[in-house]
Each structure stands twice: as structure tokens, then as C-alpha cells.
Design a protein around this ligand. Structure first.
Ligand code: ARG
Length: 574
């Protein structure tokens, strides 16, 4: 249940029945301060303007016409025409008793949603540049599925193009020397660098590489077999990273660039037939007025190069058509860094003009900023190279292991190792997810592994702490009537009921940090509750104790579900 939505729907309907136009709504939000109630409706002022009436008067009439007596204890008009809403304790308690927090509760109709994320280039090993797309996209995909949508993950990997000619040339020459290919390919990064070095230094090798590109693209079976071998190894490597990261992508989600190969000529000829292309220095380009620069020039979308080659944009146009016509997407979300913003705005606009996507499809680029080192510069190795993803993950686990050992030296080593894995990987993911993706973020080991503040270890610790209460109480989990007497109990209850407001907002805006902020506040509310409201202490009446245990249990479940949606695990003790 999304209480905010429920209130908004009811108050908006009442506003409309008073004659307000369809364009206005009640604009219900959680109140910023307790003295303004639990929720506040801010839409009356705008409605009054439209109706040319006094806002306080309209607010008063609204309160007379709306019946919220089932849920609200008090409604009041405040300031120029705000409405403060105070919910009933009993109503909140009942909602908590009936609503298991791990069910999809969004009232919205389920949609088919394509989520395009990760998308590494298979010529090289995955590096930290792919981390943000992989982690953020995965969290949003999980939240959308949790709401009950049909989510189609699309891993648009780069497996086509000129780099593969160079790699095949290197494979062929190694084979000719009698080398064992699979050994060489176990380190893709080194393999790529060796091929690139030869490509730059040996003209004969470079020529061979170019020939292989042509052969590959014309479907030469031998070339295709070598290419396939390379792709398989590279994908296998990605899967290892996904597995270790706790990312839900599988082989079935891979829809590579090469899959659109056969459609690229059609895309170009259909654009041509619609008069959307002009030839510019031998290349096929779309000049769209929408992309006029300040000096009046237009940045074109190039769909075919001189010589006939297709480009990234051509493939994305084909992918857009596939997602709309074959996958029947209602929404298509793209998680890439902000530098690709113009690219996506351009292909979205051109695809609409050409009728490649149905009119109702929502196309949404979800950009993100850079990952920076502690010095505020792009995240690099000490020698200035790109950082391999596996190395970051290994370091996360090592650091977490040292931390866990320091805190809990008495735990068996295998348990410390498994905790370190959950904490280390969770810390890396959470540090990224908890920031607004639109800004750059600074990768800082000490901050992300801290047990204080908005971090994964803090939330995992809050969960483990609740579990330890249950161990002491001799129970696993709990169901009991809830009664909200103390302010801290009520605050915690209200927060628990706001879980789906957080997930709905992640789903709508593609911003997982909204869920992180929610979980952090929930853990904070729990800690205050636990301080103010003793549970297992002697002298606490049984009903009170049971009600509090129930609140604690719901908190643990919500933390577990919420972290699970972020792709982060919890443990019973740490
Ligand atoms: N392979 C691309 C890159 O590494 C990302 C793909 C994003 N998805 C898309 N449909 N273009 O930048």
C-alpha cells in the first residue's frame, strides 16, 4: 500500500468534484515536520487560482466534502491553504498487521519494461567503467519486477565492429605458431593489449585485421567460429563478475549488437525512403532541427559511414524497433553514463519520426556521472591504467575481512569470510546506489566500509542486531497485535508503511538512492525506537513486548527486502 498515493487519489477526486480542472491534483507529500501531521496536501493553492477563489476557503470546503474518517484522526487547514493530515494510530497498526512488507503493493497497472544496462564491450575485460550501469540498472530492474511489472533485461553488449578483426588476426597468428588459445584468452586484457600493439606497429597485421572485419561481417564461417570462441570466453568472464557482484543478469539477457546486424540495411533504406537522410561527404546522415547548436549548425546522426559501415546509432535504432515491436515494451530504460545523453536523445527522436516505435512507448535515458578516485580525478590504477572490476571486488572482500576479524575475532574463519563477502560487495554497491546517479561520485573505501552513516554495513548491522534480539527472545520471527503508544513506536510504524512509497519512486525515476535514503531512515528510526522502548527488559508488559517484537520483526523484513532489491545480502550476525 502506498499511503501517499491513497491520500492523493482521494483528495484529488474531492478537489475535482468541487470543480477543479483535471490538470490539478492534491499534491500529497509526507510532512517535513511532525507538527504538520503525517502528510500534507499542497495542491489547494494552485486549484484555487484556477477556480479564482480563496485558497483557505477552498481548503475548508475540501475538508467538508472529503471523507477520510477511516484513516485520519485529524485534518486541518494551515497557512495559506495547506492541509495537514494526521493518521489514526489504530489505522496504522492495522495496516502493519495486514501488510506483509515483502509483497508488491503498487496499485499501478503492470507494464512491460525493457531495462538496458551493463552493456560491456566484449573485446576487453570488464572494468570499473561498467560498474555503475551494472549496479544501478540491476537495482532498478529488481524494483520494477517487485512491483509486478514484466521486466525484460537487455544486455546490449558490444560484440561487433573493427576491434574484432584485430582480435581474430591475433588469434589466427597465435594458432599458426601452435599456441594454446584458451590459455592466452584467460587474460582478455593482456590479449587485447597485445593485439592492439601489433595492430599499431605492424602494417601487415593491421591489413590482415581489416580483412578479417570484412570477412566476419560477410559471414565467413571460419571467422565466425573464431569470433564466437572469443565472445564465449568474454561473456563467461562477465558472468563471473555478475555472479560475484550479485547481479541478476544471465546469458538469456544478452542481446548483443550483432543480433541487429541483418536489420541495419533495412533501417537505412527505410529512413531514406521517408526522406529523413541526406548524404554528407559520402555518409548517410539525419539532420534534425531539434539538435540545432547555438551557432545554427546541426549535429547529425550518422547511420552509415562512407564505404558502407554502420554505426552505434544504427544498431540502437534497430534495437528500439525490436523493443517496441517484438518485445512490446511500454517503457524502455537505458543506463549509460551521461556522455551518451545526446546519442540517446537523437536516436529516440529519429526513431519516433521514422515510426520505429509505437507512439505510447516511453523512452528514458537514465544517465549517471563518473566514478572518481579519492583525489577527485577519474578512478585509475596507480600507474594510470583502467581498473579491472575483479580487482576492485577482491579488494572490497579483503578489506571487509580485516574489518570483520577485528570486530569478531572469535567467529570461525569460514563464517568471517562469508560475512566479508556480503559486507564488502554490499559496501561497493551501496556506496554507488546511495548517491543520486546524476552526479559524479567519489569512490572511498573507508567511507563505504564504515559502520556509521548511510552505508551497507550500517544497514546490515541494524538487521543483524534485530536478529540477535530474536535469538535472545528465543524466537525466529513474530506475529502479534500491534499497539502504538510511544512516539518512537509511531514514527517507526509510519516509516515501515512508507516502504512502497520509496520503491514506487525508484521505479518511476530510476533513482535507487531514494530506496537507500528510506532504508537509512528506517534503520535510524529503529535505533531510536530501540533506545526509547525496551523490549526484553524485565517489567515490560507482555502485550507491549509482543507488539514491539512485531515492530522489530517487520523492520528486519523490510531491511532484508529493501537491501535485496538493491542486490545486497544480509546475515544473521556480523
Ligand atoms: N556498449 C555500450 C558502451 O560500452 C553501452 C550500451 C548501452 N546500450 C545501448 N543500447 N546503447 O558504452
Amino acid at each position: 500500500m502506498n499511503i501517499r498515493q491513497l491520500l492523493d487519489d482521494r483528495l484529488t477526486a474531492a478537489l475535482h468534484s468541487l470543480g477543479a480542472p483535471d490538470t490539478v491534483s492534491a499534491i500529497v507529500k509526507p510532512s517535513a515536520r511532525p507538527e504538520f501531521g503525517d502528510y500534507q496536501a499542497n495542491g489547494v493553492m494552485a486549484a484555487a487560482k484556477q477556480l479564482k477563489t480563496n485558497p483557505r476557503e477552498l481548503a475548508t470546503r475540501l475538508l467538508e466534502s472529503v471523507d477520510l474518517s477511516d484513516m485520519a484522526a485529524k485534518l486541518e487547514v494551515a497557512g495559506p491553504g495547506f492541509i495537514n493530515i494526521y493518521l489514526k494510530h489504530e489505522w496504522l497498526a492495522e495496516r502493519l498487521e495486514e501488510t506483509p512488507p515483502d509483497l508488491p503493493l503498487s496499485g499501478e497497472e503492470a507494464k512491460t519494461i525493457v531495462v538496458d544496462y551493463s552493456g560491456p564491450n566484449l573485446a576487453k575485460e570488464m572494468h570499473v567503467g561498467h560498474l555503475r550501469s551494472t549496479i544501478i540498472g540491476d537495482a532498478v530492474a529488481r524494483v520494477l519486477a517487485f512491483q509486478g511489472n514484466k521486466v525484460i533485461r537487455q544486455n546490449h553488449v558490444g560484440d561487433w565492429g573493427t576491434q574484432f578483426g584485430m582480435l581474430i588476426a591475433h588469434m589466427v597468428s597465435l594458432q599458426a605458431q601452435g599456441g594454446e588459445l584458451s590459455m592466452q584468452l584467460s587474460d582478455l586484457e593482456t590479449f587485447y593489449r597485445a593485439a592492439k600493439q601489433r595492430f599499431d606497429a605492424e602494417p601487415e597485421f593491421a591489413n590482415a585485421a581489416r580483412d578479417y572485419v570484412v570477412k566476419l561481417q560477410s559471414g565467413d564461417p571460419e571467422c565466425l567460429a573464431l569470433w564466437q570462441q572469443f565472445i564465449d570466453i568474454s561473456l563467461h568472464h562477465c558472468e563471473e563478475v555478475y555472479e560475484r557482484l550479485g547481479v541478476s543478469l544471465t546469458r538469456a539477457d544478452v542481446q548483443p549488437e550483432s543480433a541487429y546486424n541483418a536489420d541495419l540495411a533495412n533501417i537505412v533504406s527505410e529512413l531514406q525512403a521517408q526522406g529523413l537522410l541526406v548524404e554528407d561527404q559520402g555518409a548517410q546522415c539525419a539532420f534534425l532541427e531539434e539538435f540545432k547548436n547555438k551557432d545554427g549548425s546541426i549535429t547529425p546522426i550518422i547511420v552509415q559511414k562512407t564505404g558502407g559501415g554502420y554505426l552505434y546509432a544504427t544498431t540502437d535504432l534497430a534495437a528500439l524497433r525490436y523493443r517496441s515491436a517484438v518485445l512490446h515494451a511500454d517503457r524502455a530504460l537505458y543506463f549509460t553514463d551521461a556522455r551518451q545523453s545526446l546519442h540517446f536523445q537523437q536516436v529516440f527522436t529519429l526513431a519516433r519520426k521514422a515510426g520505429f516505435v509505437r507512439a505510447g512507448v516511453s523512452l528514458e535515458h537514465m544517465p549517471f556521472g563518473n566514478m572518481l578516485g579519492e583525489d577527485g580525478k577519474p578512478f585509475k590504477t596507480r600507474s594510470g591504467g583502467t581498473v579491472k572490476l575483479v580487482e576492485v571486488l577482491a579488494e572490497a572482500e579483503e578489506r571487509a575481512f580485516a574489518l570483520v576479524t577485528q570486530k569478531n575475532p572469535e567467529l570461525p574463519e569460514t563464517e568471517r569470510q562469508s560475512i566479508a563477502q556480503t559486507v564488502g560487495i554490499g559496501a561497493v554497491k551501496y556506496a554507488d546506489l546511495s548517491k543520486n546517479r546524476n552526479s559524479d561520485y567519489i569512490f572511498n573505501w573507508d567511507a563505504m566500509l564504515s559502520f556509521e552513516g548511510n552505508t551497507a554495513p550500517y544497514l546490515q548491522y541494524a538487521y543483524a542486531r534485530i536478529k540477535s534480539i530474536f535469538r535472545k527472545a528465543g524466537a525466529e520471527s513474530f506475529t502479534s497485535p500491534i499497539s502504538l503508544q510511544e512516539p518512537a513506536e509511531r514514527t517507526l510504524a509510519m516509516k515501515l508503511l512508507q516502504f512502497t512509497e520509496a520503491t514506487d519512486s525508484v521505479a518511476k525515476e530510476g533513482l535507487p538512492n531514494h530506496l537507500c535514503t528510506y532504508l537509512y531512515e528506517l534503520a535510524g528510526n529503529f535505533m531510536s525506537f530501540y533506545e526509547a522502548c525496551p523490549i526484553l527488559k524485565e517489567g515490560v508488559a507482555e502485550e507491549v513486548r509482543n507488539s514491539r517484537l512485531q515492530l522489530a520483526d517487520l523492520t528486519a523484513q523490510t531491511l532484508q527486502t529493501g537491501l535485496g532489491l538493491l542486490g545486497i545480502g544480509v546475515m544473521e550476525r556480523m
